[in-house]
Design a protein around this ligand. Sequence first.
Ligand code: C2E
Ligand code: MG
Ligand code: MG
Length: 555
Amino acid sequence: MTAGPAEAAMAPWTLDRALAIAALDETVNAVFVTDADGVIQWVNRAFTELTGWAAEEAIGETPRIFQSGLHGRSYYEQLWKTIRAGKPFRSHVANRRPDGELYFASQSVTPICVDGKPAYFIAIQEDVTKLMEQQRELERLAYIDPLTGLGNRRAMYERVRELVAAGRVFALLIVDLNDFKAVNDCFGHTTGDELLRSVSRAIQRVATPGDAFRLGGDEFVVLHQGDQPLKDNALAARIAARSRKDAKRLVPDCAVTASIGFARYPQDATNGQDLLRFADLALYAAKSRGSVVAHYAPEMGARAIREQTLRQGLGIADFDREFSVAYQPIVDLSSGATTGFEALARWTHPTYGVIAPDEFIPLAERSGQVRGLGRWVLRRALEHLRSQADDHLRMNVNVAYAQLLQRGFVDEVMTTLDEFGVDPARLELELTESQEIDDERILGVIADLRDLGVGIAIDDFGTGYSSLSRLARLPITALKIDRSFVTELSGSERDQTVVRAVISTAQAIGQRVVAEGIETEEELAVLRNFGCDEGQGYLLGRPARVLAAGERQAA
Ligand code: C2E
Ligand code: MG
Ligand code: MG
C-alpha cells in the first residue's frame, strides 16, 4: 500500500496516514475496527491468521462470532461500559475459531472518538495461547512430585479442602517406609529413587486416581473415601503388602516394610492440618509398637509427648541419681534355696515418677542409650553381688543386642568382673529370644563370653520364633521360659505338654531351665513336678531394692 504523489500532495500528513494503515495491516497482531455498535468494519491480515475468519466473512459481523462461552456476561458488560465511557479496555480473552478451536489473546480495545463520542473501536489482539499453556503447565508442576508424578503436599491439601467442602467422609493415610535410609546408604540414591517410584506405583494400583500423594522423602499420603475404618485398615494392609513385595524384588537383602497411620474426617479431625498431624501420630504409634497399621486415638498425642519427654530425659539422665536396680531372687525349685538374683533396671523420672523398663528399654534401644545404661546396670549389679555374704550366688543381668555389638564389649565385661573381684561363672547375661541371635557377629560375641566363663541365658523363651533344636546348638547355659506359658500352665493341657517337652529337651543338652513369673502354688507344684530346675516370680520373691543387709524395699 503506497501513497501516490497526488495523495501525498493533499495534505502534509497524508503519507504518514498511509504508512499508519500499512503498519496496522502488516503488524503481527490481529487488528479489527468496529463502528459504535460493534459491527466490524475493517480487519488486518494477521486477523485471519489468529481468528480463523476471512476478512470478507468477518466484516459486517460483531465480535460475538469469536465468543468461546468461557467469559461471563459481566466481562462483556465491563468491556462495553469502559469503552463507551471513552476509555481503553485491556484484558486476556479466550476466543474460539470457526472450527471451535480455543485460543487465548491479550487484547486492548480502544475507542476512537469523533466530536467527543466514541464512533469506532479498534481492537488489537496478540496470541498468547502458548504462554498460557506454559503457565498452566507450570501451575500443574507446582502440584506434582517430579520423582513419582504423584501430587505433592500442596495438591494433597487442595484435595482435602475439596473433599471437606463436598462434605465427604474420608480417611487420610500416611505411608512411611521403614529402613528406607538403609537402602539409600547401602545401594545409593538411584536405587532409593527407584524404590520410591515402585512404591508409588504400588500405591497407585490400590488408591483412587488423584488421591495418592508424596509429601517428600519416603512419606506418602492416600485419601480414602468411605465411612468404615475397617476398610481403611484393609487398604493400608494392601498397600503395605504390595510395597513390601516391590521392595523385595528391588533390594532382596533389605527387609523394607511400610508402616501406616490414619486419621478420619470428620470423626478424628475437622481440618486438613490436624488430619495430617493425627495420622502422623498414629504412624508413630504403629512404628513404636511394631505394627503395620494404626488408627489415630486421642491418647496417642499424650503418649507421643510422654515418649518424646522420656527420650530426651534418657539423653541427659544422671544414672546415679535417677536410676536404680531391683533384684529379684531366682530359686532352686527342689530345695527352695536362692541361687541368685536377676538385676532389673528402674527409672525414677523427675516428672513421671517410676517408669517400668518395658517402657524405657525400647526407647533406650532406639536412641543407643541402652549401651551406657547397660554398662551402668552391670556395674551396680556386680557391686551388689560383691556385697553378698554368700559367694555362690549368681547374678543375672539383661543385655540388649546393641550392647553386644558394641566394640570392646567382652573386654569391658572382663574388666568389670576383675574390678569387683567376681568370678565370671557367677555372672549370667540374659538375651531375649530374637532372630538377631542368628547374626554371625552376635554368635561370635556369645562364644567369646562363654570362653571367659560368663553364662548366657535365653530370656522370654517361647515368645520368639527360635526352635529348641536351633538353640541347642548355641553355647548357652540356661533357658528362661516366658511368664505367659507359666500363667497358662494350670489351665491348658497343651501348654503343659509344651513346657514339659522344653524342660526335658533343654536339660538333655545340659541347659538349666528357669520358669519366669511363678505367681501361684499350683504353678509352682506343676513346674516342680516337671523337674524344672529353677523359678522366679512374685510367689518366690518380688524384685526389691536392697538398702542394707536385712532391710528391703519392694520395687
Ligand atoms: P525380664 O528379663 O523377662 O524380667 C522379668 C520381668 O518380669 C521383670 O519385669 C519382673 O519384675 C517381672 N516379674 C517377675 N516375676 C513376676 C511375676 O510373678 N509376675 C509378673 N506379672 N511379673 C513378674 P520388669 O522389671 O518390668 O522388666 C521388664 C523387662 O525389661 C525385663 O524382662 C527385661 O527384658 C527388661 N529389662 C529390665 N532391666 C533391664 C536392663 O538392665 N537391661 C536391659 N537390656 N533390659 C532390661
Ligand atoms: Mg530377664
Ligand atoms: Mg523374661
